[in-house]
Design a protein around this ligand. Structure first.
Ligand SMILES: CC(C)(COP(=O)(O)OP(=O)(O)OC[C@H]1O[C@@H](n2cnc3c(N)ncnc32)[C@H](O)[C@@H]1OP(=O)(O)O)[C@@H](O)C(=O)NCCC(=O)NCCS
Length: 142
């Protein structure tokens, strides 16, 4: 496996990965996804030795105070092989200086949370409310 920066990652290729984890919201409008990629600070792609895309991390950051991890996903057939851990290690190598290193994810009790919460805890992340913080946002479906 290899991890590289790929800001020009083809959205058609990324769409296969997003669809594989059920994130079809992103793939309904590939032109919008392209603009989102182009406006991102960093896109890391994890690839098999044969070039197959198996993981992706996408970040918006100012490099000093905030690193917002907008997308973080691994191809289901490659879960539990350390791909997520390797992607997160690379993000931390680049953005650990940002006190706000955060993301939004599925709520406790959801099917996805069964995988993602233990994963995020395994890489040292904690929930907002566990560090006397609260997250607010405008409704996502507005
Ligand atoms: C969450 C996700 C990124 C984890 O990626 P991954 O490559 O499978 O994770 P890793 O193999 O690097 O796992 C690292 C550690 O996380 C924990 N972990 C990962 N998946 C887990 C699971 N299903 N159950 C319990 N612990 C898990 C373990 O401690 C694991 O270490 P171990 O395998 O040595 O026990 C992946 O499941 C995924 O893409 N899910 C769908 C998309 C998603 O939910 N993304 C996050 C929401 S923003």
């Amino acid at each position: 496996m290899k991890i590289d920066t790929e800001l020009s990652l083809p959205v058609e290729e990324a769409a296969t990965l997003y669809n594989a984890v059920g994130w079809t919201r992103y793939t309904k409008d590939l032109a919008k996804l392209r603009r989102a990629f182009d406006g991102s600070t960093l896109i890391l792609a994890a690839r098999e030795d044969d070039g197959t895309l198996i993981g992706l991390a996408r970040v918006i950051s100012d490099g000093e105070t905030v690193c917002y991890v907008q997308d973080f996903l691994v191809l289901p057939e490659c879960h539990r092989r350390g791909v997520g851990r390797a992607l997160m290690a690379e993000l931390r190598r680049r953005f650990d200086q940002c006190p706000f290193f955060l993301l939004s994810t599925d709520p406790p009790g959801s099917e996805e949370a069964v995988k993602s919460h233990p994963f995020y805890r395994s890489v040292g992340m904690i929930a907002h409310e566990e560090q006397k913080l609260m997250a607010f946002g405008l409704p996502v479906d507005r």
